[in-house]
Ligand binder design. Structure first.
Ligand SMILES: NC(=O)c1ccc[n+]([C@@H]2O[C@H](COP(=O)([O-])OP(=O)(O)OC[C@H]3O[C@@H](n4cnc5c(N)ncnc54)[C@H](OP(=O)(O)O)[C@@H]3O)[C@@H](O)[C@H]2O)c1
Length: 308
């Protein structure tokens, strides 16, 4: 097939584009051209790379037509963050595309009501990002019920070599990994039992590849795409310390106290991850698509830390 991947040189695209090429597809990638994939690979040599700034093209009203002009049978949209953006593209592609795959997020569920939860769990998102992603999913599923061939994949915390993973305190501060590596004390919020659910970027790419290959099974569906099980902050910290030959020295602090000496970004991220405490079932993707994540949550982190 001819496949267009929008937002193709980031975490997911770095792994997805080479997979699609190896599967025999002809791939067109769209990005602003500001960055290269995290790792070079020879498959990119056969890719048609198109430079478009989506935000600007949407403002000018030309984005949908530019994607339509690529005449792809499948379009994978990795960087859609609001409903207007989705509908602009869907309206342009409606009569042409055979499969449209949107990248969502586990955050569409908001605070889990049950653990684990599957794709039928309520959408009760909080925060602008989750709310907008849920609106897009709702819109695409509605369009799908009217014949538009949409699939939605919801990744966990995308992790891999080349960028920093979410750490055991649920934020991006490297200091947490450094302290665990040196056997120093790390404080975790509350009882350290909030959960995190990383997913290796190549496992996310695997799920997109499987969805593309099986439109008859994936159209009209949403799928969770994450490590098979989440990990608690506490056991994650213990595992990281063990990689460096230490027992983790953990201190558990009530939230108000924990946040006192942290920077605003770390507080915001940790709060967001603690509140979502994901525990998503991937059984649907396993059973319908044949998704088999190669990495557990901590294995995905280890792959990223090894390069760090
Ligand atoms: N990160 C996570 O842990 C996580 C978790 C769940 C879901 N998600 C979802 O994953 C998707 C993001 O995928 P990712 O993590 O692979 O993305 P990413 O690493 O942020 O990469 C973004 C890609 O889009 C391109 N891009 C950015 N702005 C653009 C613009 N205005 N016009 C055209 N291209 C643009 C970038 O290249 P240029 O800069 O060169 O344009 C790059 O190729 C989102 O839908 C997000 O909601 C992420």
């Amino acid at each position: 097939m001819r496949i267009t991947v929008i937002g193709a040189t980031g975490h997911i695209g770095t792994w997805l584009v080479p997979r699609l090429v190896r599967a025999g597809h002809s791939v067109v990638t769209v990005s602003r051209g500001d960055r290269e994939p995290y790792h070079p690979s020879s498959e990119w040599d056969s890719v048609e790379r198109v430079t478009i700034d989506r935000s600007r093209a949407e403002r000018e009203g030309s984005f949908g037509q530019s994607i339509t002009d690529m005449e792809a049978e499948a379009v994978i949209d990795l960087i859609c963050f609001d409903r207007a953006s989705a509908s602009h593209l869907v309206d342009a592609l409606r009569s042409q595309v055979k499969h449209f795959i949107h990248c969502g997020t586990l955050w569409v569920h908001g605070v889990p009501r049950t653990r684990p939860y599957d794709e039928t769990a309520p959408r009760e998102p909080f925060g602008e990002y989750g709310i907008r992603k849920a609106e897009i999913e709702n819109y695409l599923l509605d369009q799908s019920s009217h014949g538009f061939p949409a699939t939605i994949l919801h990744p966990g915390h995308i992790t891999g070599p080349g960028w920093d993973p979410i750490n055991p305190a649920g934020n991006l501060s490297r200091n947490v990994f450094e302290r665990l590596a040196y056997g120093e004390t790390v404080d975790l919020p509350d009882d350290g039992l909030a959960t995190l659910q990383h997913v290796h970027a190549d496992d996310v790419a695997q799920a997109f590849e499987l969805a593309v290959a099986q439109p008859h099974k994936s159209i009209g569906q949403s799928f969770h795409v994450a490590a098979r099980e989440p990990v608690t902050m506490r056991s994650y910290a213990e595992t990281v310390a063990s990689w460096f030959g230490h027992r983790a020295h953990l201190e558990f602090l009530p939230w108000e106290e924990w946040q006192r000496d942290k920077n605003a970004r770390a507080v915001e991220l940790t709060h967001d991850h603690m509140t979502h405490s994901p525990c998503a079932s991937i059984a649907k993707a396993e059973q319908i698509l044949g998704f088999k994540p190669r990495y557990s949550a901590v294995d995905a982190v280890r792959d990223a830390l090894t390069e760090m």
